[in-house]
Design a protein. Structure first.
Length: 439
């Protein structure tokens, strides 16, 4: 069971689910049902546990991982899946308990879920007025510490909107490989393949397509596009490297941004694409090969200690820094429960080291873009302001005119940075800042 692997084995939900679907090869309807129940249960786990704790005597942690997740799955179907008859959900949970528990597990699971079923209309969340953090955390299934941060930054209304956006499935967005095809022609081709296609709101190369797995899909295998969220595409435009430039991508794998930078340069110049893991370098190489890109040079290196060969040489550089990933929660339903505020100081320290390292590689007059897939202030604007204060050699430079589409109305563009949100922009949560070396 995928839920048990994630709970007990700390597996990644998407990988565990993919393995299970590959092993059992269900039909399309069963595949969709399995995906919805697994991701839905993981997404709402704190709410499910809160409900269960009201209907059991011992703490949920005292149950085995099998029984704990059978109960969660049953409550998810009862509370959130109208198309599943509740008695059928209870009976299936009892059958699973018979298979994976001891003899007493069947009556226990059956009794708990029937109690939830009887009382589901009486379940009331904490009051929004009296305890907004608890209300939003439980009703919209997000960690309380994160909700408290957003309440301070955004207020209750926008925090609810952000949580709702995180609970909706993220679209599959692709970047047209304009070295081989135009966006309009790719759109026509994909529609001809039976896909629903629409253009992205901001990125001029982007398309939203109605398909998930792309392995073996001919237009993908021919290198006509790269899977990439629209926010990530905008990072390339924030840097906008000139053809023939030396460009550094400090944390590059799997190469989505590096290949986009090469595309914007007309595949002329050099993009040095670094990653600390040798096996991830192969991912960059594979994407370059498929897309027909030749100016990217994948190199194994720690972004905290980039090779001295590049010191003071780069015309442009990108640091898409490791972060809490709070902007991509909608893509990783289990990730929200794996984050905690205690991780933040270590992440901030790593980001600082990487920023200082790549800054040493930029020539006077060169451009540095710093980005994260986070929506936490200290990882984003706070990190940039701290870097600018310490370095004394860089200044923010306007993004106006570099980012396409209706983003032109964003007030912060003239200041040199932008924060994207799923609920405001329909993209992943993403931050980017453009800086130029002045000395």
């Amino acid at each position: 069971m995928v839920l048990k692997e994630v709970d007990a084995g700390d597996a990644y939900a998407n990988l565990a689910l993919s393995r299970a679907l590959e092993e059992f090869k269900p039909g399309a309807l069963d595949r969709a049902f399995a995906t919805e129940t697994v991701y839905g249960t993981l997404r709402t786990m704190n709410t499910l546990d809160w409900i269960l704790e009201k209907h059991i005597r011992q703490p949920l942690e005292k149950q085995t991982s099998w029984i704990r997740n059978i109960l969660r799955l049953g409550v998810y179907q009862i509370m959130y899946m109208d198309r599943v008859p509740a008695p059928a959900a209870v009976n299936e949970a009892a059958n699973q308990a018979r298979r994976f528990g001891h003899p007493g597990s069947v009556s226990f699971v059956n009794g708990v879920l029937r109690s939830v079923l009887r009382n589901r209309e009486k379940i009331e969340f904490p009051s929004l007025e009296e305890d907004p953090a608890a209300h939003i955390s439980l009703k919209y299934s997000h960690p309380a510490w994160l909700v408290k941060r957003w309440l301070g930054d955004l207020g209750a209304g926008e925090t609810i909107e952000l949580c709702e956006a995180n609970n909706r499935p993220a679209p599959v967005t692709v970047r047209t490989n304009t070295l081989r095809i135009t966006r309009s022609r790719l759109s026509e081709l994909l529609i001809g393949e039976g896909l629903e296609v629409r253009e992205t709101a901001y990125a001029p190369e982007g398309l939203v397509i109605g398909i998930g797995g792309l392995r073996g899909f001919p237009p993908f295998e021919k290198g006509l596009f790269q899977v990439q969220d629209e926010s990530s595409m905008l990072v390339g435009h924030a840097l906008s490297p000139s053809p023939g430039s030396l460009v550094l991508d400090a944390a590059s794998a799997p190469g989505g941004k590096a290949t986009h930078l090469a595309q914007l340069m007309g595949d002329r110049g050099m993009v040095a694409a670094f990653d600390i893991h040798p096996h991830k370098i192969r991912l960059i190489e594979d994407n370059c090969r498929r897309l027909g890109i030749t100016c990217v040079s994948p190199l194994v290196a720690d972004a905290r200690k980039l090779p001295q060969d590049f010191a003071g040489r780069a015309d442009f550089a990108l640091l898409d820094a490791p972060c809490t990933g709070t902007g991509v929660i909608r893509r990783r339903p289990d990730s929200r429960w794996k984050k905690n505020p205690g991780q933040i100081p270590g992440i901030l320290g790593l980001q600082r080291e990487m920023l200082e390292s790549i800054a040493r590689c930029i020539k006077p007059g060169g451009v540095l873009v710093y980005s994260t897939c986070s929506v936490l202030e200290e990882e984003n604007r706070g990190q940039v302001e701290n870097f600018l204060k310490i370095s004394g050699e860089f200044g923010l430079e306007s993004l106006a005119g570099l980012l396409p589409g209706s983003l032109a109305g964003e007030e912060s563009l003239d200041k040199g940075f932008i924060q994207l949100y799923p609920h405001r922009h329909g993209t992943d949560g993403f931050f980017m800042a453009r800086m130029r070396r002045t000395e």
